[in-house]
Ligand binder design. Sequence first.
Ligand code: ADP
Ligand code: MG
Length: 266
Amino acid sequence: MRTFCIANQKGGVGKTTTTVNLAAGLARIGRRVLVVDLDPQGNATMGSGVDKRQLAHSVYQVLLETATIAQARSRSEAGGYDIVGANRELAGAEVELVDLDRRERRLRGALAAVVAEYDFALIDCPPSLSLLTLNGLVAAHGVIVPMQCEYFALEGLSDLVNTIRQVHANLNPDLQLIGLLRVMFDPRITLQQQVSEQLKAHFGNKVFDTVIPRNVRLAEAPSYGQPGVVFDPAAKGAQAFIEFAREMDRRLTPAAAPPPARAAAA
Ligand code: ADP
Ligand code: MG
C-alpha cells in the first residue's frame, strides 16, 4: 500500500475534490483504494455517498484507538473504494490527542494493519497544519498538493514545503513531496498561465503533467454523493482526473513506464 496525503493549508483549493476523484479514478483502473477523511467537515465522506451523521465509527475513534480501520471503514459504493469517514466529532480529537503518547503517530499505526488490503491510501487533510494534518503526514509516503494558479498560491506553499521538510527530518523519513496539481485551471486567464509557468520553473518535475480544468460538473457531483469521475465520466473535469489517476499509477509503477514518465510524450 502506498499512502498519500492530499494537503494544502488553504481551504477551498480542491483537496477533497482531488481526493475523491483520484480515489474513484484509481478504482476504475482496478486499484484497491482506501480514503481517510481527516477533515471534521466530512466533505470527502459525504462526497463519497457515505452519510457522516450515520457513522458507527469514524476516524475520530481510530485516532483515539478505540476502533480499528477495519471497524471504522465504510464502502463507497459510488466510488468503488473504502472510506474511513469523519464528522464534527473529529474537531475534538485535536485537543484530546495533545496529552496522549504517540499523538502524531496514531493514524500511521492504524493503517499498518491494512497495508495488505489496499494498493493506495489517500488521506484528505483539513485546511491547516494541525495535529490532524501531522497524523496524515507521519502516515504517508508522499504529499499531493492541489493548488489554484493564483497570485498568492506560491506564498502558502513555502509553509507547507517547510512542514514536509520538518516531518521528513524528524518524524517520517519516507515522506516526500510527490507533486503539485494545478486545479480549477482556466487557460484563458493570463495570470493563471503565468503562475503555472512560475510553478514549473520553481518545482520542475514536481508539477504533475495533468491539469484539472475548472468544470462545473465536478462541483455538482458532491450533492449527489458521487465523485465527479462517476457522476459524469465524460465531462472535461472527470476526464482530467481519470488521466491524473493514470499518471499517479504510472509514477508509482516504474516497470510500466520508461523512467522519466515524461518521456512517454515523445
Ligand atoms: P478543499 O477540500 O481544499 O476545501 P474542495 O475540493 O472542497 O476544496 O473544493 C472547493 C470548492 O470548489 C467545492 O465547492 C468544489 O466543488 C469546487 N471545485 C473543486 N475543484 C473544482 C473544479 N476543478 N472545477 C470547478 N469547481 C471545483
Ligand atoms: Mg476539503
